[in-house]
Design a protein around this ligand. Structure first.
Ligand code: ACO
Length: 326
C-alpha cells in the first residue's frame, strides 16, 4: 500500500482588512479585549462578489503551480467548508468546473473548523487504497456572510480565506502517517448556524430572529476545546510511538491563542515549535490549517523528514488530528 503525501500547497486570503479598531466602531469591544482573549488583531473579509469557491479557486491554482501539475492531473476534488456557495451544486463542483478538470469526482464535506483535517483523513485513505491517484483538497470559507456584525461575542473571531493541498501516493515511508477524527453531536448546540436548512428554512421570522448567523456559547466551547485537543494531540503522538520532543512543528487550528497555548503546554512544546498566524486572519474555520501549513512551508519552518502535527476543533462538535512526516 502506498503512503499518501502532500505534494503542493497554496493559500489565498481576500484583500480587505478588518482590524480590531474597525470593530470598535461596530460593537462595544476593544482591541485590548480581543487581543488578550483571542490573540486576533485583524482578519480578511471577502469582497461582495466573492464566494467560497472563488477563494478556493485562487488557493487551488497556487497549489497546482507549486506542485508543477495541471488540472487534468487531478482525479478527485474535495472542498471542506461550512459556508458553501449554496446548498447545491457543491462548492467542489463549482471549483472543478472553474479549474477545467473534466474527469474527476467532486464533493464537499462539512465538519466546520475540523473540515480540512477530516478531509485529510478521507483523502489519505482514498490514496492508500489506490481508489484515487491525485486529490485536490481545499478548505474554503466566507464566514463573514454568516456572522452577525452586531454580536460582539462572535463577530470579533472570524475571517475569510482558503487553503489547498494536493495529495498523491508515494512508496517512501513519509507523508500522512496517521489521522484521527472524532465527534460529539450531543454538544452540537455549542456552535451552530441554525437557520436556512430543512429544520428552520429561510423565512421572515427566521431572519427577524437572526438565525442565519453563527450562534456560539464561547466559554463552554472553549473548555471542551482545550480538554479534547490536549487529549487528542497527546494520543496521536503516543499512538505513533513518538515522543512529543520529536515533533518539529504543531500547526493547530487558529481559533484562539489561549487554546493553542494550552495544547502546546500539554505537549511541552516551546513557542518556536508552534505555528501561529491567528493575529492576521482570525478563525477561518476549515481554511485555517491549510493556510497555516502553506505559510509555515514558505517560512522554511518545515523541512524534509520532520514530524508535523495538525489538529483542529469545531462545530459538531468535531475534532481531528493528522501526523505528517514531511
Ligand atoms: N468585547 C468585549 N467584551 C466581550 C466581547 C467582546 N468582543 N465578547 C464577549 N465579551 C464579554 C462577555 O459579555 C463577558 O462579559 P460578562 O462577564 O460581563 O458577562 C466577558 O466578556 C467574558 O466573556 P466570555 O465568553 O466568558 O469570554 P472568554 O474568555 O470565554 O472568551 C471567546 C470568549 C474568545 C469566544 C472564547 O470563549 C473562545 O475562543 N471560545 C472558543 C471558540 C472556538 O474554539 N470555536 C470553535 C471553532 S468555531 C467553528 O467551528 C465555526
Amino acid at each position: 500500500m502506498p503512503s499518501a503525501r502532500i505534494v503542493g500547497t497554496g493559500a489565498y486570503v481576500p484583500e480587505r482588512l478588518l482590524t480590531n479598531a474597525d470593530l470598535e466602531k461596530l460593537v462595544d469591544t476593544s482591541d485590548e479585549w480581543i487581543v488578550e482573549r483571542t490573540g486576533i488583531k485583524e482578519r480578511r473579509i471577502a469582497g461582495a462578489s466573492q464566494a467560497s469557491s472563488d477563494l478556493a479557486y485562487a488557493a487551488a491554482q497556487k497549489a497546482l503551480k507549486q506542485a508543477h501539475l495541471k488540472p487534468k492531473d487531478i482525479d478527485l476534488v474535495i472542498v471542506a467548508t461550512c459556508t458553501p456557495d449554496m446548498a447545491f451544486p457543491s462548492t467542489a463542483c463549482f471549483l472543478q468546473d472553474r479549474l477545467g478538470i473534466k474527469r474527476a469526482g467532486a464533493f464537499d464535506i462539512n465538519a466546520a473548523c475540523s473540515g480540512f483535517v477530516y478531509g485529510l483523513h478521507l483523502a489519505s485513505s482514498l490514496i492508500r487504497t489506490e481508489a484515487h491517484k491525485r486529490i485536490l483538497l481545499v478548505g474554503a470559507e466566507v464566514l463573514s456572510r454568516v456572522t452577525d456584525w452586531q454580536d460582539r461575542t462572535t463577530c470579533v473571531l472570524f475571517g475569510d480565506g482558503a487553503g489547498a493541498v494536493i495529495i498523491e501516493g508515494t512508496k517512501e515511508k513519509r507523508g500522512i502517517i496517521s489521522t484521527h477524527i472524532q465527534a460529539d453531536g450531543g454538544l452540537g448546540e455549542l456552535i451552530m448556524l441554525p437557520g436556512g436548512g430543512t429544520r428552520t428554512p429561510c423565512s421572515k421570522e427566521m431572519l427577524i430572529k437572526k438565525l442565519q448567523y453563527i450562534k456560539m456559547k464561547g466559554n463552554e466551547t472553549f473548555k471542551v476545546a482545550v480538554r479534547t485537543l490536549e487529549e487528542l494531540a497527546a494520543r496521536t503522538i503516543e499512538d505513533s510511538g513518538l515522543d512529543p520532543s520529536q515533533l518539529s512543528l504543531l500547526i493547530p487550528h487558529q481559533a484562539n491563542l489561549r487554546i493553542i497555548q494550552a495544547t502546546a503546554k500539554r505537549l511541552n512544546l516551546p513557542e518556536e515549535k508552534v505555528f501561529v498566524n491567528i493575529e492576521k486572519y482570525g478563525n477561518t474555520s476549515a481554511a485555517s490549517i491549510p493556510i497555516a501549513l502553506d505559510e509555515a512551508l514558505h517560512a522554511g519552518r518545515v523541512k524534509d523528514g520532520e514530524y508535523v502535527l495538525l489538529e483542529a476543533f469545531g462545530g459538531g462538535l468535531t475534532w481531528a488530528s493528522a501526523l505528517l512526516k514531511w
